[in-house]
Ligand binder design. Structure first.
Ligand code: PMV
Length: 367
């Protein structure tokens, strides 16, 4: 598919005056990381992620036809019931990016009510879950205007639109393992949207656990937009993009055979490479904190001592995602509580696991 396939070819069949839709969309954690992009959020390398289950955003989008059409986007945003004008510029930019794909955007006034299952100041990025929840609500409007849209097109376009809001958001529509970006061994893969990983996945990865250790709940010093841009002219960029492609090839085999040892090696290497890219760009920067390193070292010694299959990954921040198979929950949680929680800010952590994608919480109700 190409971009043009997401532009409605005909005028919508129906009209709708007002209504509301609610979607709940999860966050995701990349195993092979997306870091570096071209124009229009086209990734420089493919990535793959586990969709999460517990960390999610719930968004209700209310819409009402403007009495007089205007050339401006019209919307208000509320987070946890409080007006949040500082979210408006990001949403305005998002609307501009997606306007040609959703021609009805300027016909309505929108009220966007959003809340996250994780604390706002947890250092967990809400852009993937937030942008995908909003994109899904907008797709529900499109579906109402054109009921012929298939489920497949709905999901692809929701992912396509989410990507334009925040790259990794395109991996939050479905679960449990989502692939984004073109890779020669993955049929149907696209730079434009995420797809469900199409090949065999061993039972070892079913219900995989992710306990998120909140090491630093502050705002990131460097945004991911700035970080992606620093991959232009980065001295190791080409090797990095090649490595990501090779790691995907290796993961295809790992998912088939259930080889947890290789899984751990790929996932931890990806996390450290992501941060190595940050430390070797110009300007260089570092998002890991002393407690991030303490946790990583503790995980390594625990793994050596016990032979359990615990490993870590990181996104663009100091928090640590502790990944492990379901049948090791008891021992790993005990270890986390006894040894790792001490390194978390205020002892906070979130028990999450692999999830199956976004949920439509309410079918359309006119108001
Ligand atoms: O979606 P963005 O632009 O916030 O970038 C996310 C990048 C990482 O989280 C670091 C990696 C990834 O693939 O999710």
């Amino acid at each position: 598919m190409v971009e043009q396939d997401f532009i409605p070819k005909y005028n919508y069949k129906l009209t709708i005056e007002s209504g509301k839709f609610t979607w709940q969309s999860p966050s995701n954690i990349a195993l092979v990381k997306y870091w570096g992009k071209k124009e229009h959020q086209i990734p420089k390398n493919p990535s793959i992620s586990f969709t999460l289950n517990t960390c999610k955003t719930t968004t209700t989008l209310k819409f009402e036809k403007k009495e007089v059409p205007t050339e401006l986007f019209s919307f208000d945003v509320f987070l946890d019931g409080k007006k949040q004008d500082d979210f408006k510029p990001k949403i305005e930019t998002f609307f501009k990016q997606i306007e040609s794909y959703l021609p009805f955007l300027k016909e309505y006034h929108f009220v966007i009510e959003t809340s996250n299952s994780f604390p706002h100041s947890s250092g967990i990025a809400s852009s993937a879950s937030g942008m995908s929840a909003l994109a899904l609500c907008l797709m529900s409007i499109e579906k109402k205007l054109n009921p012929d849209i298939t489920q497949e097109y709905f999901n692809k376009k929701a992912s396509f639109l989410s990507r334009l809001g925040s790259g990794s958001a395109c991996r939050s529509i479905e679960g449990d393992l989502i692939f984004w970006g073109i890779h020669k061994e993955i049929g149907g893969s696209s730079n434009l949207f995420g797809i469900k990983y199409p090949y065999q996945v061993h039972n070892n990865f079913k219900n995989y656990q992710d306990t998120i250790l909140l090491v630093d709940k502050g705002e990131k010093q460097v945004s991911s937009t700035v970080g992606h841009n620093l991959m232009h002219n980065h001295p190791f960029a080409q090797q990095r993009f090649e490595q990501a492609n090779n790691n995907i090839s290796k993961l295809i085999e790992v998912f088939k055979t259930g080889n947890l040892k290789s899984f751990i090696e790929i996932v931890e290497s990806e996390a450290l490479t992501l941060h190595a890219m940050m430390m070797t760009s110009l300007p260089y920067f570092m998002l890991m904190k002393p407690n991030t390193l303490k946790i990583i070292n503790a995980i390594w010694s625990f793994r050596n001592q016990t032979g359990l299959h615990i490993c870590f990954t990181l996104d663009a921040g100091a928090n640590v995602h502790v990944l492990y198979p379901e049948n090791e929950i008891k021992q790993v949680l005990k270890f986390i509580q006894n040894e790792l929680v001490a390194h978390c800010q205020n002892g906070h952590y979130i028990c999450d696991r692999i999830g199956f994608g976004a949920k439509n919480l309410q079918l359309n109700t006119e108001y």
